[in-house]
Design a protein around this ligand. Structure first.
Ligand code: CA
Length: 226
């Protein structure tokens, strides 16, 4: 059972989501514009926020950025997009959304994504520490450092790095990364893995002599020293 905030101005959509989630035993609050959404999100500790992109007052992209900078990364964000273009999806993920759904979607699809997120939160026996070369990741504090310098990652980048560290030295295919970091059957033609590996490289490898993330063209990626 989770505490969920739905931020969506289309009343038929928000009430349909609220009713469905309540039937599953979740507690659901609804906000009908960006400002109300932000004020609810700042005052109540939600597990998941379902956030529409097109909203009055503050759109979902801006709102997600605000949530990440002012509230943090403990709350998972699922973005709803009527647009469905890769650009909008990438923009949503860049601002720190953990997942997205393109409208119209089936309720059971939304529910599946929510269940995956809740499983991840529950399985969080986050005492794990990983290291490779001068890079370290402490899952308890979610702190990443390289050469002692703290690196700030979004929640998805953190999951991607954790997956690499848990499999260091092993070649990971794009499909296995998609399945393990994104969990569900995403459209295999998506370039989300490439996009995220680029983000991670900029933060983790750029400016360091020893590169850790390596591409094996046509095969996949590997995290290793040199
Ligand atoms: Ca809307």
């Amino acid at each position: 059972m989770a505490n969920i905030l739905v931020i969506e101005d289309e009343i038929n959509v928000s009430s349909f989501i609220k009713r469905g989630l309540e039937e599953e035993g979740h507690t659901v609050e609804v906000a009908y514009d960006g400002a109300m959404g932000f004020s609810l999100a700042s005052s109540i500790d939600f597990d998941i926020i379902i956030l529409d992109i097109i909203l009055p007052q503050m759109n979902g992209i801006e709102l997600c950025r605000e949530i990440r900078s002012k509230i943090g990364f403990d709350v998972s964000v699922i973005m709803l997009s009527a647009l469905g273009s890769t650009d909008d999806i990438v923009k949503g993920l860049e601002t720190g959304a953990d997942d997205y759904l393109v409208k119209p979607f089936k309720f059971k699809e939304l529910l599946a994504r929510i269940n995956v997120m809740l499983r991840h939160k529950d399985s969080g026996n986050y005492t794990k520490k990983y290291e490779i070369a001068d890079l370290s990741l402490d899952m308890e504090t979610k702190t990443v450092t390289r050469s002692g310098k703290v690196i700030l990652l979004t929640s998805k980048e953190l999951r991607l790095l954790e997956y690499f560290l848990a499999n260091k030295g092993k070649v990971l295919s794009r499909t296995s990364i998609l399945e393990n970091v994104w969990d569900y059957n995403v459209d295999m033609s998506t370039n989300v893995v490439e996009v995220y590996i680029n983000y991670l490289r900029k933060k983790v490898d750029k400016g360091f002599d020893v590169k850790l993330i390596h591409t094996l063209i046509g095969i996949g990626y590997v995290l290793k020293e040199g």
